[in-house]
Ligand binder design. Structure first.
Ligand SMILES: *[C@@H]1O[C@H](CO)[C@@H](O)[C@H](O)[C@H]1NC(C)=O
Ligand SMILES: *[C@@H]1O[C@H](CO)[C@@H](O)[C@H](O)[C@H]1NC(C)=O
Ligand SMILES: *[C@@H]1O[C@H](CO)[C@@H](O)[C@H](O)[C@H]1NC(C)=O
Ligand SMILES: *[C@@H]1O[C@H](CO)[C@@H](O)[C@H](O)[C@H]1NC(C)=O
Length: 183
């Protein structure tokens, strides 16, 4: 994704022209988000998280709404399936019955999230947009339900992951609305 342009300035005391080649790295891109990304991320609860997440994909600087939808639902899907697998690993190491009970509930939640996001991905592939926001909502609710399982626990083990999935689903739902026109 590296493009470049040059910048020349006249150095006042040396009296000559200094030219720099500016490389547009992904860091430059994130500081100058596209109008589309800016519009989407501006509607989320965490603009920085939204930018960082979307720009973790090299297609984002050139993405149209359709590509951006694939990117956001892809990120949410990867997040959910990583966490589902992580929960299965945690269960292998956990002997406390209470913790096992909570983790099993979360495993179930994350399986639901993965299924919803898979369905969203299939919908995108067939250019079917009307259920995308609802499916993102299902996945988001699953993360809430998992988080609630550890209510009252001093360091809930999946808090960060639940929060990340919720935030990614929020981005997906906002992009989905670009297609259905409701906002
Ligand atoms: C960003 O959001 C704020 C309020 O949430 C709004 O006032 C502003 O117009 C928005 N900017 C863009 C570029 O959408
Ligand atoms: C927003 O997201 C950024 C990047 O992920 C994070 O560092 C920051 O703590 C988040 N802010 C809030 C209020 O959650
Ligand atoms: C989930 O997504 C966030 C934002 O893109 C990322 O920072 C985090 O590492 C991901 N977590 C997992 C477990 O994939
Ligand atoms: C489970 O325990 C093994 C051995 O102690 C450790 O290597 C692994 O990181 C643990 N997995 C998780 C998810 O905590």
């Amino acid at each position: 994704m590296a493009g470049h342009h040059s910048l020349c300035i006249l150095h006042p005391s040396l009296g000559f022209l200094l030219c720099f080649i500016l490389i547009h790295s992904s860091l430059a891109a994130i500081n100058e988000p596209t109008e589309l990304v800016d519009k989407v991320c501006n509607q989320t609860s965490n603009y920085t998280f939204c930018l960082e997440s979307l720009y973790s994909d090299s297609r984002t600087p050139d993405a149209d709404p359709y590509t951006l939808a694939f990117i956001s639902f892809g990120l949410a899907y990867t997040n959910a399936s990583n966490t589902r697998d992580f929960i299965a690993e945690l269960l292998k190491n956990t002997s406390s019955q209470d913790d096992r009970h909570h983790l099993k509930r979360c495993g179930h939640d994350y399986q639901k999230a993965v299924s919803a996001l898979e369905e969203a991905y299939d919908d995108l592939n067939s250019e079917t947009f009307f259920e995308l926001a609802k499916l993102a909502g299902h996945a988001s609710k699953a993360s809430d339900h998992c988080q609630a399982a550890f209510k009252g626990t001093s360091s809930p083990p999946l808090a960060r992951r639940n929060h990340d999935l919720k935030s990614l689903c929020e981005i997906g739902a906002i992009i989905a609305k670009l297609f259905t026109g409701s906002s």
